[in-house]
Design a binder for this molecule. Structure first.
Ligand SMILES: NC(=O)c1ccc[n+]([C@@H]2O[C@H](COP(=O)([O-])OP(=O)(O)OC[C@H]3O[C@@H](n4cnc5c(N)ncnc54)[C@H](O)[C@@H]3O)[C@@H](O)[C@H]2O)c1
Ligand SMILES: [Zn+2]
Ligand SMILES: [Zn+2]
Length: 414
């Protein structure tokens, strides 16, 4: 099969032929339809310091994808050949204290798809069944491909109650844009988003924010005056990783304000701690997605009409990956999607039988049991998942990259 591989310890990615992955115990094999390009993938292509210290080569990159199940290991329940799925790229150990308590997003031994093990920028990918999210409500394969960053946005945005609140989002990259769409959708009063890219702020306006502010020209205070906000923002969602943005956010919060921080700063920096203390501000770090509460939230938000389509601005065939990566690296677009559906079965790109099948599957399931998205499958999956991870693959934590590597990944990658 074709795969995008980090082959050499130098900048670049290489589209090469590699063997198809085989389904291991408890795993699912997926034919990849679409993938999303993430900042992490850009770091890997560039081969920066973080990538040099984290990756073991050769490595198939990529973690944001949607696809169709083509094979399921014996004993895996609730996932069928033909299902349209997305993948949770954080593979947890199932055995640490947090995993055992059901707080899997807090696992200390997290292994990253496309970082610590072969990823999804390929015609096929395998994943533990417990990392596979079946779309039981119809969803566009492009949107399904960005559930990973959408989940970052949802996890962050739903960290604190937003109904009726004034929300400041710093950074209008793909994740900030999706967070803005979520905050607006769930009933925030004002959603103000900042960036230094006019193109991205224009995208934010399409998503219906109250105000999209270019902070290289207008300070946040000015936006507050425009909206008649006298006491500061109730909730802040930090989505830039930029020190100036974090400082600006802290200075713009109301007393008792709450900040959820997703943005990953490149290095340490100072903030005004006296303001954090005297304004009694809560700051919460957010990493990845809650498994699988965030995934449930995402599916339900889309089911109830959240429209993410303006966030996807560019689509390329996987063969044009270099142009796609350049576009994503420009910092001026929304999400960039690679289409893999034309590879394994060249005819499918033209008439999309796979997608039609997947949609039909989803409709059948959704139709026969309209309550299914809401109730048992998720819980049953979650329970089965915990059992499978604890039981079927006790060796997995030992085989996988070391805890130090995983921890380094958690600190530096997204
Ligand atoms: N914690 C996690 O699990 C996780 C997961 C994914 C991404 N991330 C991080 O979240 C952030 C958002 O991800 P993304 O993919 O949307 O990134 P991105 O780099 O595409 O977007 C960041 C945006 O912030 C803007 N920005 C720069 N300086 C600013 C300033 N002073 N004020 C306001 N905006 C400013 C940039 O112009 C850019 O548009 C990044 O820092 C990324 O590393 C974290
Ligand atoms: Zn990502
Ligand atoms: Zn764990």
């Amino acid at each position: 099969m074709k795969a995008l591989v980090k082959e050499k310890a130098e900048p670049g990615l290489w589209l090469v032929d590699v063997p198809e992955p085989e389904v291991g115990p408890g795993e699912v094999k997926i034919r990849v339809l679409r993938t999303g390009i993430c900042g992490t993938d850009l770091h890997i292509r560039k081969y920066d310091d973080w990538a040099r210290h984290t990756l073991k080569l050769p490595l198939i990159v990529g973690h944001e994808f949607s696809g169709q199940v083509v094979e399921v290991a014996p004993g895996v329940e609730d996932i069928s050949v033909g299902d349209l799925v997305s993948g949770e790229g954080h593979i947890v150990c199932g055995k640490c204290r947090n995993c055992m308590a059901g707080r899997r997003h807090l696992c200390r031994n997290t292994v990253g798809l496309g970082v610590n093990r072969d990823g999804a920028f390929a015609e096929y990918v395998t994943l533990p069944a417990s990392n596979v999210w079946v779309h039981r409500v119809p969803v566009d394969p492009d949107i399904a491909a960005i559930f990973d960053p959408f989940g970052n946005a949802v996890h962050t945005a739903l960290s604190f109650p937003l109904v009726g609140e004034d929300v400041l989002i710093t950074g209008a990259g793909p994740i900030g844009l999706m967070a803005a769409a979520v905050a607006t959708h769930v009933g925030a009063r004002n959603v103000v988003i900042t960036d230094i890219s006019d193109e991205r702020l224009d995208l934010a306006r399409k998503l219906g924010v109250s105000l999209a502010l270019n902070v290289s020209r207008s300070p946040v205070d000015e936006g507050m005056r425009q909206l008649h906000l006298r006491e500061g923002f109730d909730v802040g969602l930090e989505m830039s990783g930029n020190p100036a943005a974090v400082r600006q956010m802290i200075a713009s919060m109301t007393h008792g304000g709450k900040i959820a921080m997703l943005g990953l700063p490149a290095e340490e920096f100072a903030i005004d701690w006296a303001t954090v203390v005297t304004s009694m501000i809560t700051i919460k770090g957010v990493y990845g997605r809650e498994m699988y509460e965030t995934w449930y939230n995402m599916s339900v938000l889309l089911e109830k009409g959240l429209d993410l389509s303006p966030v996807i601005t560019d689509r390329f065939s996987y063969r044009d990956f270099d142009a796609a990566f350049d576009t994503a690296a420009s910092g001026r677009t929304g999400k960039v999607i690679l289409d893999w559906s034309g590879g394994a079965r060249p005819e499918s790109a033209r008439n999309e039988p796979a997608q039609a099948e997947a949609a039909a599957t989803m409709n059948r399931r959704g139709g026969a049991r309209p309550e299914s998205a809401r109730n048992e499958p998720t819980q049953a999956e979650a329970a089965a998942t915990m059992n499978r991870r604890g039981g079927a693959r006790p060796e997995s934590a030992r085989n996988e990259p070391t805890q130090a590597e995983a921890a380094a990944t958690m600190n530096r990658s997204a």
